[in-house]
Design a protein around this ligand. Sequence first.
Ligand code: PLP
Length: 395
Amino acid sequence: MNQPVTSKPRGRQFFANPGPTNIPDSVLRAMDRPSIDFNDAEFVEVYDAAFAGLKRVLRTSQRIFMYNASGHGAWEASLTNLLSPGDTILVLESGYFSDEWAAMGRSHGLEVRVQPADWRVGVDIAALRAALAEDAAHTIKAVCVVHNETATGMMLPLPDIRAAIDTTGHPALLLVDTISSLASLDFRMDEWKIDCVVGGSQKGLMLPTGMSFTGVSDKGMDAHARAGLKRFYFDWSLMDKRPQKSFIGTLPVNLFYGLRESVRLLEEEGLDNVVARHSRLAEATRRAAKVWAGNNGPQLFCLNPSRYSDSVTAILMPDGHDGDALRRTVRQRFNVSLGGGLGKLSGKIFRIGHLGDLNEPMLLGALSAVEMALRINQIPHGRGGVDAAMDYLSR
Ligand code: PLP
């Protein structure tokens, strides 16, 4: 019998989730240390090095504020520090995460306009330009963009969005969520004139969840001086008075040892090479998915090739087949963790995360598990997806 003899998983779990992501051994070792007073000179040195490193990863020389919080905390900080009750923001619809950021804005008393988009195609830049041009009174105070929509596997073109704002002469702030793009996809805070960057620890930075941050431009700091939304824990002015010029409360010291090491790893590889590795692994994943799409099999969710995400690929199940059942097979039979569909895509798609500390065999392991589960669950598909990925990767 060619059946597993035990249900106990052995070997490493292959983690192909779009966040959190694999944590490199050297980062785990860097964090494995006793507590230290965060005012101790030994720690301050680590803090300063990690902080400066994060600025280089963001490609900024401007301000950063950090939080003991997951990405939601940095979202909340971006809105409450920059805006006042009743202000209008324009959220570019991309998927579940743009919807959530918009919902947070409404709950804080902001007037939220949505630039609508088909989740499989993404926002139309000409329509965005027209919406900004129409706003002659400059009612819109901020444009909010999720750079890489983790829920759909789509990346939005930030330079084009920047250009749309500039060509209309609109003064709105540009707020960008880089939670699943930073340290994976090309991102340039200062060059692309982003006023507020939202980021988190648990994806491209290869750290545990629990620390998030915002990069803020000088224009953003000016807006902060006038912003009237209520805040305390995330208040940049309060943080500015603290010795570390960031954080309210106790610092997550172990995460800083990890961050210093993860920045070292990223810079040892070279940020451009990190981006190129992600693009290569993503293309291999898409080659596999395009083969699986044969015989009316699962399809790439993103229909816009110029916007394919290089950190996560979402795959739409054929009608009548459940993405979560496929994920269960992959998890129980092969100890591979995949992402599921969020919100209205629940059960309809599954997501392969290919970001962070990942190489070819790790990716191929995950792709093979998916292909085996397609067979086990008797889901129609084209055979040979992993072969196509190998062809591409062995060139
Ligand atoms: N924005 C994006 C693009 C995300 O992918 C996530 C989480 O996956 C969030 C925001 C929310 O971050 P968190 O779950 O860390 O609060």
